[in-house]
Design a protein around this ligand. Structure first.
Ligand SMILES: NC(=O)c1ccc[n+]([C@@H]2O[C@H](COP(=O)([O-])OP(=O)(O)OC[C@H]3O[C@@H](n4cnc5c(N)ncnc54)[C@H](OP(=O)(O)O)[C@@H]3O)[C@@H](O)[C@H]2O)c1
Length: 239
């Protein structure tokens, strides 16, 4: 049963950093109300995830740090609360989170990138890599730059781009470079180069707003769902 009151769905934020603060600002526009904020002080070892704290919560959104994601996800799933995970860099522990989702029959949306523009960009890369998969004159490179506070490198988005390229049948090496500098929200570039010419595809985030809106829409969508969903497989449905 949804714990929403009126048209407002109550939300818990796990992680109250740059993304958490932006989610709080944008949530009311999407009919969501932030009713609980957990951070590194009130959620040591998942201690803030209690049935008392979550009694009115319909869905939680995690933008925290990779090290705490599996424990937080297990505890939230144990309370029967649905979840969106935007934090990146935790996929080595994916099997733990998957088991918690299945055992507790909750709904979980996770994704390395919640920006609709980036998901469209994956499609453009896929089409180009498919065309060039059999053109051995072309080498590929991939480059990403993010702000210096970002903890994972390469980015989860970059890892997903490399997977998109591989899935097309493009089997040659992709030369990957990363930068962590300044305050940029994130840019990714994929290029194909031959002796004759260069093809360059790029995406640049102007701010974090695109990520936050995607995560909030995913939260609204997952409220009454069960199962595990990668955001790139449902983004066209979330409205
Ligand atoms: N999927 C996407 O579209 C997308 C978009 C943007 C960012 N991200 C990812 O989202 C994550 C957060 O990004 P951000 O820019 O918001 O980072 P941030 O500003 O560093 O915020 C993360 C916050 O989580 C806190 N935290 C640490 N332990 C915690 C715990 N046990 N419970 C709750 N919170 C805890 C951190 O505190 P301390 O700083 O004290 O450790 C920090 O305040 C990163 O993994 C980033 O790569 C994903």
């Amino acid at each position: 049963m949804s714990k929403s009151t009126g048209n407002t769905t109550k939300l818990a934020l796990v992680g109250y950093g740059k993304m958490g603060r932006l989610l709080e600002k944008l949530a009311p526009d999407l009919g969501l109300e932030v009713a609980l904020k957990l951070d590194e002080f009130n959620n040591v070892n998942g201690s803030g995830i209690t049935s008392e704290n979550f009694k009115d919560i319909s869905v939680a959104i995690d933008f925290s740090i990779p090290e705490v994601v599996p424990t937080n996800a297990e505890k939230i799933a144990g309370l029967g609360v649905n979840l969106v995970i935007g934090t990146t860099g935790w996929l080595e522990e994916f099997s733990r989170v998957k088991l918690a989702v299945e055992e507790n029959q909750i709904g979980l949306v996770y994704g390395a990138n919640f920006s609709v523009g980036v998901l469209a960009f994956y499609g453009i890369i896929e089409a180009t890599a498919k065309i060039l998969a059999t053109q051995s004159d072309y080498d590929a490179w991939a480059y990403e730059a993010h702000h210096k506070m970002k903890k994972d490198s390469p980015s989860g988005t970059m890892l997903q781009i490399l997977d998109v390229i591989k899935q097309t049948g493009y089997s040659r090496d992709v030369d990957v470079a990363t930068n962590r500098v300044g305050f940029m929200p994130g840019s990714h570039e994929i290029g194909f180069d031959s002796e004759a010419d260069t093809i360059r595809l790029s995406h640049t985030a102007r701010s974090r707003t695109g990520f936050a809106l995607g995560a909030l829409k995913a939260a609204r969508w997952v409220v009454k769902k069960q199962g595990l969903y990668e955001f790139s497989s449902i983004w066209k449905q979330v409205g």
